[in-house]
Structure formats: structure tokens, C-alpha cells
Design a protein around this ligand. Sequence first.
Ligand SMILES: *[C@@H]1O[C@H](CO)[C@@H](O)[C@H](O)[C@H]1NC(C)=O
Ligand SMILES: *[C@@H]1O[C@H](CO)[C@@H](O)[C@H](O)[C@H]1NC(C)=O
Ligand SMILES: *[C@@H]1O[C@H](CO)[C@@H](O)[C@H](O)[C@H]1NC(C)=O
Ligand SMILES: *[C@@H]1O[C@H](CO)[C@@H](O)[C@H](O)[C@H]1NC(C)=O
Ligand SMILES: *[C@@H]1O[C@H](CO)[C@@H](O)[C@H](O)[C@H]1NC(C)=O
Length: 237
Amino acid sequence: MEVQGSEAEEPRFWCLFSSRTTWPRTSLIVTLLLSVWSAQGLEMSTGKVPFLEAVNGSTVLLPCTYTSCIGIKNLYFSWQFNDNGTMQKVCDSVIPSDGMEPHPVNIFRQRVEFVGNSEQNNISILIWNITFDDEGQYTCFGRNPKEKGKNHSAIFTLVVVDELRVVDNTLTIIIASAVGGAIALLMTFMLVKNFILFVLFKIEEKKKIECLVSSSADETNNVSGSKASKPPTPKKK
Ligand SMILES: *[C@@H]1O[C@H](CO)[C@@H](O)[C@H](O)[C@H]1NC(C)=O
Ligand SMILES: *[C@@H]1O[C@H](CO)[C@@H](O)[C@H](O)[C@H]1NC(C)=O
Ligand SMILES: *[C@@H]1O[C@H](CO)[C@@H](O)[C@H](O)[C@H]1NC(C)=O
Ligand SMILES: *[C@@H]1O[C@H](CO)[C@@H](O)[C@H](O)[C@H]1NC(C)=O
Ligand SMILES: *[C@@H]1O[C@H](CO)[C@@H](O)[C@H](O)[C@H]1NC(C)=O
């Protein structure tokens, strides 16, 4: 059975630097101050891409990790499924302290398996053989009593499809070939135009040279013949 899922990001980094929100550049200092202050607490993360499109019948990983710089004590966590507005508990448990496995993990939804690992602050779950009913938003929730009941959560969205859509490129190809064709046509036109201009120029040049040659010939003739000097008149069309 193939497991699809996106990996949650490396958690430790956030402790030192930032909260996961992206803020405008102008409030950089505020952000820094706030993140130093807020990084103390718990953070839940469902990965850099908290979204997955999977085929019905496949088995998916819903990733979630937590970080806490002050450490955890009896961390309560749960997964909840947003079923048309009402939150259904998928599973929950308590992690006694850093590195200790939650035991037991209560599972409230069929085909769900807890695959987390406290060594990696990992509280991901698997959903086996997904059906279209499994589609929706899953909230990874955490509460660390060390923070006086503050709630933290992150959302992962699962989309179930009949079969993975092949991106339809027909239109793109049509547009590309149309544009390409137009450019090719334009280039051909320019080339032909330049070639014709070049040929015309050459003909003109040749004429000029012939003209010069003939006129100088005239001159020599004139010099050798009568001194009646008449300036050589270039031929005109
Ligand atoms: C969490 O655990 C699952 C199952 O062992 C694994 O597939 C996943 O990559 C882990 N995620 C992280 C961020 O370590
Ligand atoms: C997915 O759903 C479609 C239609 O409901 C069904 O024909 C197909 O067999 C299902 N695929 C799997 C792998 O269950
Ligand atoms: C959500 O529930 C409402 C009534 O409770 C119902 O009218 C609606 O069709 C439901 N939507 C879905 C997507 O199930
Ligand atoms: C998932 O489906 C396979 C075969 O379709 C079955 O063998 C397996 O028991 C199912 N797993 C769960 C957890 O339902
Ligand atoms: C945290 O969530 C619980 C329900 O899980 C709720 O009873 C409590 O009021 C929430 N606390 C805060 C500070 O929002």
C-alpha cells in the first residue's frame, strides 16, 4: 500500500527565529520581538504543504509535528475532522513529557492509525483505504498545560479524487503553436524582406559601380580625345 503525504518541516529552527507567519518587511523588528516572545510556546505544524490530493482507496499520511521551546508536560493532542461544520474527534492522547510515547492513543474513526513518534515530536496519522467521505479539513490540535490552557492548531486538507487528473495541455499547446507559428511567420517575413532589400542594394551597388566604370571610361575617352570637358553625367533611370 502506497503512502502519500508531505513531510512536516524541521521544527527546531523556529524556536530561535520566527513564528511561522509571514509578516511585511516593515514590521521586521516587531516580528522579531514577537517571535522571540511567542516562540516560547507550543507550535503545531502540518508541513510546508498542508494539502494533499489522493485517489480513493489509497492510504494517506496526515503529517503533524509540534515544537515547544519550554518543553512539554502532559501535552494533550488530538486530530479532529471538520464534518460539515461539526468537529469530530479522530484521535487523541496525552504525551507525558518530552520523548515519551503517548499511551494509549484513542482512535475514534475507522481506518485511522496513529504513526507518530515522540522522539521526532511527530503526531502524524495514517488513514487507510480512503473513501470520498474522508475528504475535508483535519485539525491537528495541541495544548500544553505549561502554557495555562493555550490552544494551538494546524489544519491539513485532504482532497479525494477518482483518479489523479492529468493536466490538460491541449489549450496550452494550441496557444504555444499559434504564438510560435506567428513568430516563425514574422521571422520568415523579416528574413525575406531583408534578403530582398539586400538583393536590391546589391543590384543598386552594381549599377553604381557600372556607372562609375563607364563614366571613368568616358573620362579617359574624353581625356584622350577632345579636351572639351563635360562633367560625367551619371545615368539616371
Ligand atoms: C512522522 O512519522 C511518519 C510515520 O513514521 C513519517 O512518515 C513522517 O515522515 C514523519 N514526519 C516527520 C516530520 O518526521
Ligand atoms: C474510486 O471510486 C470509483 C467511483 O466511485 C470506483 O469506480 C473506483 O473503483 C474507486 N477506486 C478505488 C481504488 O477504490
Ligand atoms: C451540511 O449540512 C447542511 C445541514 O446541516 C446540509 O444542508 C448541507 O447539504 C450539508 N453539506 C454537505 C456538504 O454535506
Ligand atoms: C485496506 O484495503 C485492503 C484491501 O483493499 C485490505 O486488505 C485492508 O485490510 C484494508 N485496511 C484497512 C485498515 O481497512
Ligand atoms: C481551548 O480549547 C478548549 C476545547 O478543546 C476550550 O474549552 C478552551 O476554552 C480553549 N481555550 C482557549 C484559551 O481558547
